[in-house]
Write a protein that binds this ligand. Structure first.
Ligand code: CU
Length: 490
């Protein structure tokens, strides 16, 4: 299969379902929203695993080729894990040793990165851990972090945008059996549902199209929830927990409901917020997650919508999705709803922010950080194990970036000197960077040192990442020196 990058895809419009102006409120959107939402939302299956004699829980994932019907009558070549598109949900508990046997049956090398996971650098699945065609890679590590909605996706050097766009992504849910019961819906696939939202576009042949993305990358006209356009989720309980993931390559969503009802945001990237945040909008840039609890009434139907996101002081925001409104998923409540427990007023206690001993500055501009593009043979930051660091991150452009750091969950100390909004006050691994603002992030690098293997930090707008907006950090024992193994260029 191929992914077209030539700018000759105007005819794609002929493929999309007619009815742009039929749904009130979305007529100006370049996103083609189906007239009806009548496809059941697929819930990713929980990946099977087996626990061996040494206690290791082992999963298996196979990256493979397939086809997906995003548009009626059009079979689009896609990639998936254990299927045609996306992948099963991996789930493990704090304290468990896990392993994943990743088999690559694709025609080219890929990798699998565990986004948000605290783990040794050699297990991280970045560009230094390629999985060649026909090969199997078996990372193993101990889960040691709070319960959270994480995800996995490829991270091959220069090819991440295309591999995720083709369909390679899945959830990795972490549980903490020792955590208090705070009344969150927790029956997987019933009242606790992961939803990955992605946008794509097709060319005239029905192939995935990455052309014409401009400065930001592609904004697609076909928006899917768990791979399906026009999906509905039947609610059978009073409250439903949605684990929202922005799995798009470039688009930022501002999720809310069509009737502007208030939801409770209960978690961000790295786990529970200290207390539920009542809100009508949950904005996620690529790679970010949020868990929300929504209350429904018997028999009602209400749509989850993406409203115009607040991208900050961008120029020509209309070309970056800043004006777009479109529906993503319909909730259909049953006539008889099982009762749900109330959500506790206190969800967790965040550790106090430790005092940082090292301060670094990262200026993002174009495809460079501090004036340099990604180089697999250059170490940009050597960090001592156990250190708490303050990273001052700035977007010098007038278009969006965001910032993702591997291995750690950071905290946003302030934005231009002001405390972050409640939704950004918890554990984060990816944060949107408004133009011309300074984000001070505090992070602590614990447990794992490996002078030979870098972790990545980068913009998670995947075109930017692939084109160089990424750097490498190496965690060493106190007093140690980074000595990365030479990278062999293909
Ligand atoms: Cu960027």
């Amino acid at each position: 299969m191929r992914v077209s990058r030539a700018a000759a895809a105007v005819a794609a419009a002929a493929l999309v379902v007619a009815g742009l102006s039929a749904c009130g409120g979305v007529s100006v959107s370049p996103v083609d929203v189906p007239e009806t939402f009548d496809a059941p939302l697929p819930v990713p299956p929980l990946a099977p695993s087996h626990v061996g004699a040494d206690g290791t829980r082992t999963f298996r994932l196979t990256a493979q080729e397939g086809t997906t019907r995003f548009v009626p009558g059009v079979d689009t070549p896609t990639w998936g894990f254990d299927g045609d598109l996306l992948g099963p949900t991996l789930r493990a508990s704090r304290g468990e040793q896990v392993a994943v046997e990743v088999r690559n049956t694709l025609p080219e090398a890929t990798s699998v990165h565990w986004h948000g996971m605290h783990l040794p650098a050699a297990m991280d699945g970045g560009p230094h851990q390629p999985v060649e065609p026909g090969a199997t890679w078996r990372p193993t590590w101990r889960i040691d972090q709070p319960a959270a909605t994480l995800w996995y996706h490829p991270h091959p050097h220069g090819r991440t945008e295309e591999h995720i766009y083709r369909g390679l992504a899945g959830f990795f849910l972490l549980d903490d059996p020792a955590a208090a019961d705070v009344g969150l819906p927790d029956e997987y696939g019933v009242d606790d549902v992961p939803v990955v939202v992605q946008d794509r576009k097709l060319d005239a042949d029905g192939d995935l199209d990455l052309s014409g993305g401009g400065e930001l990358g592609v904004l697609g006209s076909l928006v899917t929830a768990n791979g399906v356009r026009g999906a509905y989720l039947e609610a059978t309980t009073q409250r439903v927990r949605l684990r929202l993931l922005n799995g798009s390559t470039a688009r930022t969503y501002a999720f809310g409901f069509a009737d502007d009802r208030e939801v409770l945001q209960v978690a961000s990237d790295g786990g529970l917020l200290p207390e539920p945040v009542p809100t009508t909008r949950v904005q996620l840039s690529p790679g970010e997650r949020a868990e929300v609890v929504v209350t429904v009434a018997p028999g009602e139907r209400v749509r989850l919508r993406s409203y115009p996101p607040d991208l900050g002081r961008v120029v020509a925001g209309y070309a970056m999705g800043a004006n777009d409104t479109f529906d993503v998923l319909e909730l259909r409540a049953a006539q008889d709803l099982a009762p749900s427990p109330p959500v506790a007023a206190t969800l967790t206690t965040l550790e106090p922010l430790p005092e940082a001993t090292v301060t670094r500055t990262f200026d993002l501009q174009g495809r460079q950080i501090n004036g340099r593009r990604m180089d697999m043979d250059r170490v940009d930051a050597t960090v001592e194990k156990g250190a708490t660091e303050l990273w001052e991150v700035r977007n010098l452009d007038l278009f969006p970036h965001n910032f993702h750091v591997h291995d750690v969950q950071f905290r946003v100390l302030d934005i231009d000197g002001e405390a972050p909004p409640p939704a950004l006050a918890g554990a984060k691994d990816t944060v949107y960077l408004e133009p011309r603002r300074t984000y001070r992030l505090v992070m602590r690098f614990e447990d794992h040192a490996d002078p030979t293997t870098p972790y990545m930090f980068h913009c998670h707008l995947l075109l930017h990442e692939d084109e160089g907006l990424m750097g490498q950090l190496v965690v060493v024992e106190p007093g140690g020196t980074a000595s990365p193994a030479p990278h062999h260029h293909p």
